[in-house]
Design a protein. Structure first.
Length: 269
């Protein structure tokens, strides 16, 4: 039976505003395992026995956090299953993609977010959660970067888009039924704050005017190339209301997993 790997990356030391995303992975898992909700994805896969959960990375051990993330992600990928990393803030995407890229010489990132996260640096921190995609593109960890749902774009961001050849669909130009012209395996970077805070209030940087849960699911289900890895980041339990955002994060994790199985040729059921 085809499987999907899960790995928790409880790290938020590079958050620029609030701490809290490091506490997210066990709460997302709790919703994934809850009897209150279906274990089936909308694409027809029963995920009950499909996840191989590698637990959370232990950051209390000595050593550089980025080296540890890259090493642990590589170890999990070596099992041969597509991987969903549960963050954590968005800074973790950089070391995750270092490990993914070594195994996928052709790769497109589909990044769904309110923010471009492509500052050269923020507060002199090159590892800031506002900067991972600058590092990713500097290191050529993907052939294409497609960013969808942005609604916080400034002049520096636009300079970075031009520098790195980023393909951008700002929220003001987003239309239902958007389809992406994809030609390589795909990495999904799913920032929960891409959604309007009405749907996902448990985030550090609430930016009104965002995507609905259904629109995000539609984007995920519209991917027609192999999804080889993904992250779900920036859920902040300290900001959540009635566990709403944990449930949304779990739902998106299930739909990404279902599409991973579908695009990698698994039989439904």
């Amino acid at each position: 039976m085809a499987k999907v790997s899960l790995l928790g990356i409880p790290h938020d030391e590079n958050s620029s505003w609030l701490r809290g995303p490091a506490e997210a992975p066990p709460l997302i898992r709790r919703e994934l395992a809850s009897d209150a909700y279906t274990s089936w994805s909308e694409t027809g896969f029963d995920l009950t026995d499909r996840f191989v959960d590698y637990g959370d990375i232990d950051f209390t051990q000595a050593g550089d956090a980025w080296e540890r993330i890259e090493s642990e992600v590589g170890r999990v990928l070596d099992a041969g299953h597509p991987l969903i990393s549960l963050g954590g803030d968005h800074a973790i995407t950089w070391p995750v993609l270092r490990a993914v890229r070594r195994r996928h010489p052709s790769l497109t990132i589909v990044h769904i977010d309110a923010h471009p996260n492509i500052y050269h640096s923020y507060g002199d921190n090159l590892r800031s959660h506002t900067s991972p995609f600058a590092r990713i593109m500097e290191e050529r960890l993907a052939d294409r970067l497609i960013q969808i749902g942005l609604r916080t774009v400034n002049d520096h961001h636009r300079e970075q888009f031009k520098r790195f050849g980023v393909e951008v669909v700002e929220m003001q130009h987003f239309k239902e039924g958007l389809r992406l012209d994809l030609e390589t395996p795909v990495y999904i970077s799913m920032d929960i704050d891409a959604l309007d805070p009405a749907f996902a209030p448990g985030i550090s940087h609430r930016e009104p005017g965002g995507l609905t849960t259904r629109q995000v699911i539609g984007l995920i289900q519209g991917i027609d190339q192999r999804i080889v890895a993904a992250d779900v980041v920036e859920y902040n339990p300290r900001q959540d209301l009635s566990n709403i955002t944990a449930l949304v994060a779990a739902k998106l994790t299930k739909e990404i997993a279902g599409m991973m199985l579908k695009t990698n040729g698994a039989a439904p059921g």
